[in-house]
Design a protein around this ligand. Structure first.
Ligand SMILES: Nc1ncnc2c1ncn2[C@@H]1O[C@H](COP(=O)(O)OP(=O)(O)OP(=O)(O)O)[C@@H](O)[C@H]1O
Length: 493
């Protein structure tokens, strides 16, 4: 028996936003302000009706040239023989103008158009995915299909957020002022750091921002991040620690050691006294309700991180992700130069923070260049060029700081220093060998750390407050000291 219809014949027709397109074109023909409200993100190709996209482009060009855009001024640029149903194109735009009800609704019409465009794009991706999954080419793997679909989906999500177009100052300003006023009272918009000194130096963590935290290996990035995630979660911010280096269980034990002030070594060896065991029990019961997630990764790429982050945002929501650490992420585009691949990684992370509207902190390993600089007589403290990926990563970061702990560096260097002998007279004068000077500095910087601010998109970098590091619990705390003035305090270490 012949089946007269396939199930596809019953699929509903695709939706469109024709009315929103007409209302927007009418609004723009009444007032150029309506155009400037949407020109930053709405492009001609977003229109479902091709003719509307062409009209939007023509009208936009006139306005951008500083000319009035009315049906009369637009008419010379319209094809005279083009008909819309029974009407000439000119009659059609006269009607759009006369039926336009509101100029202030332009932004909402444009959002409706973009949303419809995005839905059509999603249907396209879904159809491609369906075809690829059914007939997988030999050079494909499910992971590659997922990664390429994730790229397309992120591009679709970002498209409507593009603000690259020129928007008139007078139009932007009222929005910017009301947003700033709203954000100042909206405590949910900014995620606090776990120590006031850090907030003083860097400002709060803002949504959509990518923050770089650099330190030497063993400098305390992981410890700092676990403390930060635990703290943010205790304030109600949903925080995730993406651990590529240590296991989820190791991360959980370290966070518990910090919180309960139990020696990490004793937790690891499980030689706890009764008070420590009770404190750990208390932390376990508190932890149940904390929105603090630890996600273990093996080797992973930016796509893996994006897929996980997007899934988490959709399922339980997220405010903050800390990724430990950049060097462990497989770089994209193997055929490109290293510098381009690194920049693609940081750009991708920035785009992810923006599209998911969350704060992302990326931990960055410092390279060993400081050793050569030190041999040549320089200080040990970090500079931007020490970052894995070099100083150019700065452009993708909204905030960039180093967690500088000189103590382990001195410990590493002192045994490598050649012996030096002083004469009796020199000793009597109080002269010290370079090694003795280093040992003295080591004593002076025990348990001390500095937050060195390299970049802050909002506000001047410069303030580099001192904090304290307690190695027993691998935790940072307030140094209790007055904040030092810019670039003082760690001079000489
Ligand atoms: N399980 C542990 N037991 C004892 N000490 C630890 C433990 N984990 C970390 N530490 C110590 O805490 C300090 C900070 O380590 P942390 O792992 O936070 O640094 P990091 O910057 O993340 O290092 P890396 O980049 O090498 O992972 C180091 O001195 C380290 O030896």
């Amino acid at each position: 028996m012949n089946v007269p219809y396939s199930s596809q014949d019953f699929r509903p027709a695709l939706p469109d936003a024709i009315e929103a397109e007409q209302a927007l074109l009418g609004a723009i023909l009444i007032s150029a302000d309506a155009y400037w409200r949407v020109a930053g993100f709405l492009k001609p190709q977003h229109f479902h009706e091709q003719l509307h996209g062409q009209l939007y482009e023509t009208i936009g060009t006139l306005i951008a040239e500083g000319r009035a855009a009315t049906p009369i001024t637009v008419k010379p640029y319209l094809p005279a023989d083009r008909m819309v149903g029974e009407m000439t194109l000119f009659e059609y735009i006269v009607r759009l103008t006369s039926e336009a009800v509101t100029v202030s609704g332009a932004y909402d019409f444009a959002r409706a158009i973009i949303e419809m465009w995005a839905r059509h794009q999603l249907i396209g991706v879904a159809q491609d995915l369906d075809t690829l999954a059914r007939n997988m080419p030999i050079d494909m793997t499910p992971e590659k299909i997922i990664a390429s679909s994730a790229d397309q989906l992120t591009r679709i999500a970002q498209e409507g957020n593009e603000r690259a177009g020129a928007t008139k100052y007078g139009v932007l300003l009222p929005n910017a002022v009301s947003k700033a006023a709203q954000a100042s009272t909206d405590t949910a918009a900014r995620i606090p750091w776990f120590l006031p000194e850090i907030t003083e130096a860097l400002g709060d963590i803002r949504r959509g921002n990518l923050i770089g935290l650099m330190s030497d290996s063993g400098g305390g990035k992981t410890s700092f991040s676990l403390q930060q995630c635990r703290h943010a979660a205790s304030k109600g911010f949903r925080s995730a620690f993406f651990s590529i280096e240590i296991t989820e269980e190791e991360s959980a034990l370290q966070a518990a050691a910090q919180q309960s002030q139990i020696s990490l070594g004793r937790i690891d060896a499980y030689t706890l006294n009764s008070k420590e065991a009770a404190d750990l029990e208390t932390e376990m019961s508190k932890a149940v309700d904390l929105p603090f997630y630890i996600v273990g990764f093996g080797e992973c790429s930016l796509s893996d991180i994006r897929i996980k982050a997007e899934a988490m945002v959709k399922s339980q929501g997220l405010d903050l992700i800390v990724i430990d650490h950049a060097k462990m992420i497989t770089l994209p585009n193997p055929k490109d130069m290293f510098a381009e691949r690194i920049n693609a990684l940081y750009r991708g992370l920035k785009a992810l923070a923006k599209s998911l509207n969350i704060g992302i902190v990326i931990l960055i390993q410092r390279n060993d260049d400081w050793k050569q600089r030190w041999r040549a007589g320089s200080e040990l403290r970090p500079v931007m060029g020490d970052a894995y990926g070099g100083g150019s990563i700065k452009q993708s970061l909204d905030v960039w700081f180093s967690l500088y702990r000189p103590e382990p560096l001195y410990r590493e260097l002192i045994p490598t220093m050649p012996p030096e002998y002083l004469s009796k007279a020199q000793k009597e004068e109080g002269k010290k060998t370079r090694k003795e000077e280093m040992i003295q500095k080591l004593e002076q910087c025990r348990g001390r750390a500095w937050v060195i601010n390299h970049k802050r998109r909002r506000g001047e970098p410069g303030r580099s407050p001192e904090i304290a590091f307690d190695g027993e619990y691998t935790m940072f705390k307030s140094a209790g000291a007055e904040l030092p003035p810019a670039f003082e305090g760690f001079e000489g270490f």
